[in-house]
Design a protein around this ligand. Structure first.
Ligand code: HPA
Length: 273
């Protein structure tokens, strides 16, 4: 079966489960689950019930779509995402983004946990992604292109929407939440970086490093969805830092920062149209 047909079947299934017609999509990273709890008129759909959806395997990641209302707007949340390191293909990882587009999503907010490379960063800091570097070794658009889904050679020049970044900055000032802006490097994982790799990432212009987001942003951009990315800096990926990163530490730091990220997202959702 073709990709298009699978997208249609999945979106038809979701539309049958709920009256919600979301224009805003949110992808929740590790430890940021509280964002799914504030949704009203909630309808939860486990990934395993949705035709052609992969199923999430990581601790701290739930596997369901949450449709509902937040601040009077209809939204869709991916509670649990798919990672390249789990063994999924890039096409599988980004299938939900294609489905969001088919459901009418126009604005996408992606969140993630990331290691801080920029020496100013501390665990618990928030970085709005201004651009990315794809070091994952693959691209979700590799292979035959369906022009109905997007162009063969899409530009990623404006992959991170400037207006959404400005909006995040405005909200952060109003809410007195300190944010940074910076470049996110996507790596495949699951091993954390060696000191030599961290040194290289710093040299090539990375502010933060993580194992997600890049494939989703590429497909969102290909589909014509305007996108923003918010990284929660959960650990310091430093060449001289002797403590290695741990998954538990990442989840704990993300849990602590989640309320601030929620406030940011709340402000963005209120003002986005
Ligand atoms: N490296 C890669 N991915 C991550 C990290 C890290 O240090 N922290 C959270 N996700």
């Amino acid at each position: 079966m073709g990709e298009k047909q699978k997208i249609i079947e999945a979106s038809n299934y979701i539309e049958k489960q709920s009256q919600i017609r979301p224009k805003i999509g949110i992808v929740l990273g590790s430890g940021l689950g509280i964002l799914a709890e504030v949704v009203l008129e909630k309808h939860e759909i486990p990934y395993k019930e949705i035709p052609y959806f992969p199923v999430s395997t990581v601790k701290g990641h739930k596997g369901q779509l949450v449709l509902g209302k937040y601040l009077g707007k209809e939204i869709l949340i991916m509670h649990g995402r798919f990672h390249f390191y789990e063994g999924y293909t890039m096409k599988e990882i980004t299938f939900p983004i294609r489905v969001m587009k088919a459901l009418g999503v126009e604005t996408l907010i992606l969140t993630n946990s990331a290691g801080g490379i920029n020496p100013s960063f501390r665990p618990g800091d928030i970085m709005i992604i201004s651009d990315h570097i794809n070091l994952m070794g693959d691209n979700p658009l590799r292979g035959k292109n369906d022009p109905e889904l997007g162009p063969r050679f899409p530009s990623l020049h404006a992959a991170y929407d400037k207006k959404l970044i400005e909006l995040a900055e405005k909200v952060s000032i109003r809410e007195k939440i300190k944010i940074y802006k910076g470049v996110y490097v996507g790596v495949s994982g699951p091993s954390y970086e060696t000191p030599a790799e961290i040194k290289m990432l710093k040299t090539i212009g990375a502010d933060a490093v993580g194992m997600s987001t890049v494939p989703e942003v590429i497909v969102a951009c290909h589909s014509g969805i305007r996108t923003m990315g918010i990284s929660c800096i959960t650990n310091i990926a430093s060449m001289t830092h002797h403590k290695a990163a741990h998954h538990e530490e990442v989840i704990e730091a993300a849990n602590k920062t989640a309320p601030k990220i929620l406030t940011l997202i709340k402000g963005i959702i209120t003002e986005v149209n």
